[in-house]
Design a protein around this ligand. Structure first.
Ligand code: PXG
Length: 487
């Protein structure tokens, strides 16, 4: 084919024995790395369905083609350099281009590219990873189950919760309580657990026994007379009301992201999580913290539940576990839950790639970087406070910024029509999209959820790079305000 699409380096089976050396790309495969932007877009539109996208409209406008990355920067196929304010999708915690991770994958692929741990086998990378996780996680978390993503992690959570109560003889404890506007993944179970109505609408069916309570979104949902602490307490007490309505004997677990990520970086006031924990303990309900975004240093603590000061029974992990270099998810079990699973016969759940050796080797290399280079400590004591202060200094009195939420290296900026009275834009999603497009044109990647602008840069970001993000965000938010005639 003249465009080289199908001419990739291919070793025929009869040549396998001679191909012990790494295969070099052929000239045509190298050429395929250097297509023009137009050629990339044509091929992408012809064959690729993107996640969460309106493909008709995307194919008409064309995607931005990201071709390389280093540190906190990305480059597109036209040579534009962008600063990545989102660490990919909240995942590239150690930044792009760390050779240690590539080397770990390369070495592991040569030594043992795949084996499973189903039938009385195990392997060094998964053993090593479990030991490192047990060292890094809070004391009662000593056991880990592996999967490929956060969604599969939350599917696994449902299986573990169900099995746990079965082992306790409490077979009626089946209902899992979650929250509206939470995000727990895009499989059927993850999507049902999540509280995104637009996802529920497109599901063929939902997982049974999952119900939702309201989120602790102060800016958007509190009454004008409520303080953040009062509102958070009232929202936490919806859990108690829901348990009483369903009957504690029927409720298995509560699941929540310590702070909602995709839902808009919503940070509950300090009263929220202690009350949720009190209620879970009172009614003997497992407390699950979905740490897929919050885990591995985002708030300056290793896990976001440590930042909010509560103690879950189960944690879901993904993203920062491998810094996104390869896919991997995990579920961490408190000793109490682990013992019940371990001591009560077979647990009938597993995936071909549970504990994949290459993913595990990359995860170990990644966690060692986070630990040994003191990246998480730096977020807590230096770059995190600097980022939060810089955002507050820059936006506290901006005419369309109503709230600055966050800690460490994660933040949500609420765009609002009238910040003082917490009046949001009637067409909030449109304002957020407008602002996001200004960011994009200014070579800053910043995500919009409705009218909240989100930042979650790689944890290795420097103060100077933080300055660059904040100044680019300021330009984009100013441009948005100007377009709306509010600046
Ligand atoms: N839990 C949480 C808290 C998440 O944020 C998942 C589970 C699911 O993980 P996987 O690996 O299955 O995607 C997530 C994922 C966004 C965005 O636009 C956020 C996520 C995924 C894709 C897009 O903010 N979070």
């Amino acid at each position: 084919m003249s465009d080289g699409t199908k001419e990739i380096a291919y070793v025929k089976p009869e040549q396998w024995a001679q191909s012990a050396q790494p295969v070099q790309p052929t000239a045509s495969a190298q050429a395929a790395d250097q297509r023009s932007t137009a050629a990339y877009r044509t091929l992408d539109a012809a064959h690729h369905i993107h996640p969460f996208s309106d493909m008709g409209s995307l194919n008409r406008s064309g995607s931005r083609v990201i071709v390389k990355a280093h540190g906190v920067y990305l480059w597109d196929s036209d040579g534009n350099k962008m600063i990545d304010g989102m660490a990919g999708l909240w995942c590239v915690n150690v930044g792009y281009g760390r050779k240690e991770l590539a080397d770990a994958a390369y070495k592991q692929m040569q030594e043992l590219p795949y084996y499973n741990t189903f039938f009385k086998t195990t392997h060094p990378p998964v053993i090593e990873l479990s030991a490192v996780l047990a060292e890094l996680a809070p004391a009662p978390f000593n056991h880990f189950f592996y999967c490929n993503s956060g969604s599969e992690g939350n599917d696994t959570v449902l299986r573990i919760v169900h099995q746990y109560w079965a082992t306790q003889g409490k077979h009626s404890k089946k209902v899992v309580i979650s929250r509206w506007n939470s995000y727990h993944g895009s499989t059927i179970a993850g999507g049902t657990l999540g509280g995104m109505g637009y996802m529920h609408e497109q599901m063929p069916s939902k997982v049974e026994n999952i119900v939702h309570i309201d989120q602790p979104y102060f800016f958007g949902e509190a009454q004008s007379s409520q303080t953040p602490e009062e509102f958070a307490l009232a929202r936490a007490r919806q859990l108690e009301a829901k348990i009483l309505e369903i009957g504690a004997d029927n409720v298995a677990a509560f699941i929540g992201e310590p702070f909602q990520g995709a839902g808009g970086v919503i940070f509950p006031a300090s009263t929220y999580w202690p009350e949720i924990q009190r209620i879970c303990r009172k009614y003997d309900i497992l407390l699950v913290a979905d740490e897929v975004i919050g885990g591995f240093g985002r708030t300056g603590e290793w896990f976001a539940h440590q930042y909010f000061g509560f103690e879950p029974d189960i944690i879901t992990l993904a993203k920062g576990l491998t810094s996104g270099y390869v896919p991997m998810g995990a579920v961490g079990l408190h000793d109490r839950v682990a013992t019940a699973i371990i001591e009560n016969g077979e647990f009938n759940h597993g995936l071909t790639y549970s504990g994949h050796p290459v993913a595990a080797a990359v995860a170990v290399a990644n966690l060692k970087l986070l630990r040994d280079e003191k990246i998480v400590e730096r977020v807590k004591t230096d770059t995190g406070p600097y980022f939060q202060k810089k955002l507050r200094d820059t936006f506290a009195s901006h005419p369309i910024v109503g709230e600055i939420a966050g800690a460490g290296l994660v933040a949500g900026l609420q765009l609002a029509e009238h910040p003082a009275s917490r009046k949001r834009f009637a067409n909030g999603g449109e304002v957020g999209t407008l602002c996001r497009d200004f960011c994009f044109n200014g070579n800053l990647i910043m995500r919009a959820t409705g009218d909240r602008m989100l930042l979650s840069p790689p944890l290795v970001i420097s103060r100077q790079e933080i300055d660059e993000i904040v100044s680019k965000a300021k330009k984009a938010i100013d441009a948005t305000a100007q377009q709306l005639g509010m600046l």
